[in-house]
Write a protein that binds this ligand. Structure first.
Ligand SMILES: *Cc1c(COP(=O)(O)O)cnc(C)c1O
Length: 345
């Protein structure tokens, strides 16, 4: 890559193997179901999460929106973490395009809504109230530094959902970061949900795309919703080819990204002026803060770094986010740490 970019794992470029696979991909019209490479990617994705079927979509946001609109309708309610991506970072799509009412609940240090809060949030059958229909979960949890939530929580939510006839959708944009961090197959988590979406375009390095997975019947309905949203793509095998490489070659190596995030977190503890809790860094996202005595703002520091071609997210007046990925390894973490040390000296 031409810069040292820690702003997100979405900035990661496709690998040389991906570009090769894209150049030689066999394609067809996917809206007709005739793109063999898309069909292969969808089969592979469904198998990875132990579900019957999958649908290739343009983005994680589209995967979540298609899922929500396939599970719920106008006036239905979705229980969701108040800092979940589906609630906070998807432009209100569920309400704007689906008429689905979000019911946000607080989350703990790992990004979990309390089971008691979920139970209490479920509406009685009453004409005054929206109909509870859906529970939205996320794993790893972005706003908690990519915290990998273990499977038992999902089993607990599943039991409540089953009791009340609700569907459960998992926003698993970084699902494989969780699976690798916990050293479990992803299906240990996804067996407890009705549908899951995950991104190919983050740590897995594909240029574009996400998969929505679920039962064959659910994906049949989701395919219509994707079309309604304008997401039916044609010779999408060019993109799917990179996705196949992502699923075959890029999952296990996420452990390297996690090690580099931990390297960064440990390094930051050695620089006076930064506040960081390395114990919260379990996957590839590092949130850290400026100590009170530092006079510069996070934005000023990020700006000064960019002059050295190092890019970091200033996500609050005193707060940073760094995300590790394939293109920023041990050396780039060292470069970031020494640049930060010089700027605060
Ligand atoms: C990135 C992300 C998404 C959305 O993905 P896009 O492809 O950027 O639309 C959804 N959920 C979480 C938790 C994410 O981190």
């Amino acid at each position: 890559m031409d810069k040292i970019d820690f702003r997100s794992d979405t900035v990661s470029w496709p690998t040389p193997t991906m570009r090769q696979a894209m150049a030689t991909a066999v394609v067809g019209d996917d809206v007709y179901g005739e793109d063999p490479t898309v069909n292969e990617l969808e089969r592979l994705a469904a198998a990875k999460v132990g579900m019957e079927a999958a649908l290739f979509v343009a983005s994680g946001t589209m995967g979540n929106l298609v899922a929500i609109l396939s599970h719920a309708g106008r006036g239905d309610e979705a229980i969701v973490g108040e800092d979940a991506h589906t609630y906070k970072w998807e432009a209100g799509g569920m309400a704007a395009l689906g008429g689905v009412v979000p019911h946000p609940l607080p989350t703990d240090y790992a990004g979990r809504m309390a089971l008691a809060d979920i139970r209490a949030a479920i509406c009685e059958d009453d004409p005054h109230l929206p109909r509870s229909r859906l529970i939205l979960l996320e794993n790893s949890y972005g706003e908690r530094g990519g915290y990998p939530i273990p499977p038992d929580y999902f089993a607990g939510v599943r039991a409540i959902a089953a009791q009340h006839g609700l569907a459960v959708h998992l926003d698993g944009a970084r699902l494989f970061n969780t699976a690798v961090a916990l050293n479990l197959p992803a299906s240990n988590i996804t067996q407890h949900v009705d549908s899951v979406s995950f991104c190919l375009s983050k740590g897995l390095c594909a240029p574009v795309g996400s998969l929505l997975c679920g039962s064959a019947d659910f994906i049949y309905r989701a395919r219509r919703v994707r079309k309604q949203l304008g997401g039916g793509m044609r010779q999408a095998g060019i993109l799917a080819a990179a996705g196949i490489v992502a699923l075959q070659e890029m999952i296990e190596r996420l452990a390297d990204d996690h090690a580099h995030a931990q390297q960064l977190a440990q390094g930051l503890t050695q620089i006076p002026g930064f506040r960081i809790d390395p114990a919260q860094v379990k996957t590839n996202i590092v949130f850290f803060d400026l100590a009170d005595e530092v006079t510069q703002s996070a934005a000023e520091i990020a700006h000064a770094l960019s002059a050295q071609n190092i890019w970091l997210g200033a996500v609050g007046p005193r707060r940073f986010r760094a995300v590790t990925h394939y293109w920023v390894g041990e050396l780039q973490v060292e470069q970031l740490l020494s640049a930060l040390q010089r700027l605060l000296a």
